[in-house]
Design a protein around this ligand. Structure first.
Ligand code: ADP
Ligand code: MG
Length: 327
């Protein structure tokens, strides 16, 4: 097949994202002709390229347009309008899962547990039921822990107001305030469509995390530095395959991940982030359609653990996408 690997400009900015080479090589191993195509901040060159090239399939890893992650779904929408086939979720799925508040509303309709929450925007408050401190505040349409650090966790009204005000100034968007779920953190990859499957569960192990801080996968924990902080959160967290999870609980966690995937109408592949408290209540924190596919990412590692090596995983995604269009 002739496959266009559609990615954003960010992936090319140093440090260049290794996922591009990895995907390209996996696609070639699968016998495909792969060509990269960049989504920048102007649509016309992209439309021209796609219309002239007419790839058999677009492998869509573009998570933003013009640097704006809120515009991610529009890239998939454009592919729809051009009549092209592409991997991953539709605009509907990307919109639902791309907005953490909408995600929570849809999941609660399906009786899937998420942290109780409220949203605040320029004095307008949207909430259902009581919520209590501690809370974690986040911009609802960002990813990669953008805007998430120790100041995101607030314990009283003063901290709440301060953080709301700084998030609103920075992101010009509503602020999502949700109850802080104290517990273990898990990531579950989901692969498939009508017949979805959950990959082995990965845990974010916080055992080396600074003892005096609430445990969160902050920007610093994920990427290593946050200005003046020195990377203790990064050094203190690692992804592991938990060995002490009772089978019954592991099965329930995987079930919740698959239910969330289906409730949000996702396609092909996604990663679901969850937290489980002492009472073994399973909360969905967020769902990532078209999740990061780097070889060492949680998703690809979980697939490898399940016996699906990298080229096979990428070929599986190509096949899942192609099968949707041939039905
Ligand atoms: N309600 C919550 N309770 C406890 N921790 C949370 C909650 N929401 C988010 N976190 C922490 O913050 C991290 C990032 O939040 P998340 O919503 O997944 O944002 P992102 O899209 O940036 O990954 C999570 O991995 C988790 O560690
Ligand atoms: Mg997350």
């Amino acid at each position: 097949m002739k496959i266009a690997l559609l990615h954003t400009q960010d992936a090319l900015e140093p440090p260049v994202d290794p996922v591009l080479d990895q995907l390209e090589s996996a696609l070639r191993t699968g016998g495909h002709e792969a060509r990269r195509l960049v989504v920048d901040d102007t649509v016309q060159p992209l439309v021209t390229s796609l219309s002239e090239d007419r790839p058999d399939l677009v492998f869509n890893i573009a998570e933003s347009f013009g640097g704006k992650s809120a515009l991610e779904s529009n890239v998939a929408a454009l592919l729809n309008l051009l009549g092209l086939r592409y991997t991953g979720s539709s605009p509907a799925g990307l919109i639902l899962a791309g907005d953490k508040t909408l995600t929570k509303k849809v999941l609660s309709f399906h009786d899937i547990l998420t942290a109780r929450f409220a949203t605040v925007f320029r004095g307008n408050v949207d909430w259902a039921g009581d919520i209590s401190f501690p809370l974690i505040l986040k911009p609802p349409q960002e990813d990669a822990s953008l805007g998430i650090n120790q100041k995101s966790i607030v314990n009283d009204v003063k901290e709440l107001l301060q953080t709301i005000s700084s998030l609103q100034t920075e992101y010009q968007s509503p602020v999502l305030a949700e109850e802080f779920i104290d517990g273990r953190e898990f990531y579950v990859g989901v692969l498939g469509n009508s017949d979805v499957k959950a990959l082995p569960i990965i845990e974010l192990d916080f055992s080396g995390y600074p003892a005096d801080r609430p445990r969160i996968a902050s920007w610093e924990a994920k990427w290593g530095d946050d200005g003046d902080e020195k990377g203790e959160e990064f050094a203190g967290t690692k992804s592991v395959f938990p060995t002490d999870l009772p089978e019954e609980l592991a099965t329930r966690i995987q079930r919740v991940a698959m239910d969330a995937f289906n409730a949000l109408r996702l396609r092909d592949y996604a990663r679901v982030d969850l937290r489980v408290n002492d009472r073994e209540e399973i909360y969905v924190i967020e769902v990532n359609p078209n999740c990061y596919l780097e070889e060492k990412s949680e998703f690809a590692s979980a697939a490898a653990k399940d016996g699906i090596d990298y080229p096979t995983l990428i070929q599986r995604i190509v096949e899942l996408a192609s099968a949707r269009y041939s039905r």
